[in-house]
Design a protein around this ligand. Structure first.
Ligand SMILES: Cc1ncc(COP(=O)(O)O)c(C=O)c1O
Length: 251
């Protein structure tokens, strides 16, 4: 992908912003629709308290907004129980939570060679520390993962199949429904990196047998930087990979 994505034609128009053509939307969408700026401005001015950490009006209202967002995203992803959806600081955060919260010593992981660094680097790091083994299936010349390659790579130690729904580099949509079927038949956890597709393609976590799905808020959903989330299906028990936060219970 080109790095020179700001096509500066300001010499044609004195207003730089009205003449800038921004093409870097796979990295982050810009500009956001006007309603995003309006809602965020209003939220920060009127409900900008610490959500759920106090009983006063602003804190309660801030929490209600988060719950509304949780229900909305759950509907988009066809998640039956919105409580299985947590918000994170982005897809990188969600992917690390899923990968590091799930895997234990001796586990085998199947992934592809099309992955973003936020998948490949956590896996590489666990592999280099001798905790897991990783198989990286090739993709076809036209950019697709072959489900049979995944099937043929499964072993008795395979705990996780993880792949991108669409690569940020080539954009091909991977056959997650077929991969999910194979994973479920074999009792393997299936995690999808939907950073490029939430808000762009329809995704049904139930139909695709997805156990873990990471997404970002700042691309297709037109949210602010530093937003994203993780769907954690009932089959995917995760250990917390950082402790803290709010609430009454530790887990
Ligand atoms: C395929 C893919 N996965 C993960 C990420 C990481 O997303 P975030 O910026 O929300 O951490 C990106 C961002 O470019 C991406 O394109």
């Amino acid at each position: 992908m080109t790095r020179e994505l700001f096509l500066d034609i300001s010499h044609l128009n004195s207003n730089v912003f009205s003449s800038m053509i921004y093409l870097d939307n796979a990295a982050t969408t810009f500009p956001k629709p006007e309603c995003v700026y309006e809602v965020m401005d209003r939220f920060l001015r009127e409900k900008g308290a610490n959500p759920g950490r106090a009983g006063h009006r602003m804190s309660v209202e801030a929490e209600q907004e988060i719950e509304k967002a949780r229900v909305t995203v759950a509907k988009i992803l066809c998640i039956k129980n919105p409580e299985r959806l947590i918000f994170t600081s982005g897809a990188t955060d969600a992917l690390n939570m899923g990968i590091k919260g799930l895997l234990s010593k001796g586990d085998h992981v199947i992934t592809s060679k099309l992955e973003h660094n936020s998948v490949s680097r956590p896996l590489d790091a666990l592999e280099q520390r001798g905790i897991i083994t990783v198989s990286r299936v090739e993709n076809s010349d036209d950019g697709f993962i072959n489900v049979d390659d995944i099937k043929n790579t499964i072993s008795s130690k395979t705990k996780l199949i993880i792949c991108t729904h669409a690569s940020n580099v080539i954009g091909t949509i991977q056959p997650i429904s077929e991969i999910g079927r194979v994973a479920r038949e074999k009792g393997i956890i299936f995690m999808v990196d939907a950073a490029q597709t939430l808000g762009v393609c329809g995704i049904d976590v139930e139909n695709c047998n997805i156990d873990l799905l990471a997404f970002t808020g700042h691309k297709g959903p037109f949210g602010p930087p530093g937003s994203g989330g993780l769907y954690v299906g009932e089959r995917a028990g995760l250990r917390p990979w950082r402790e803290g936060g709010t609430g009454y219970e530790a887990d």
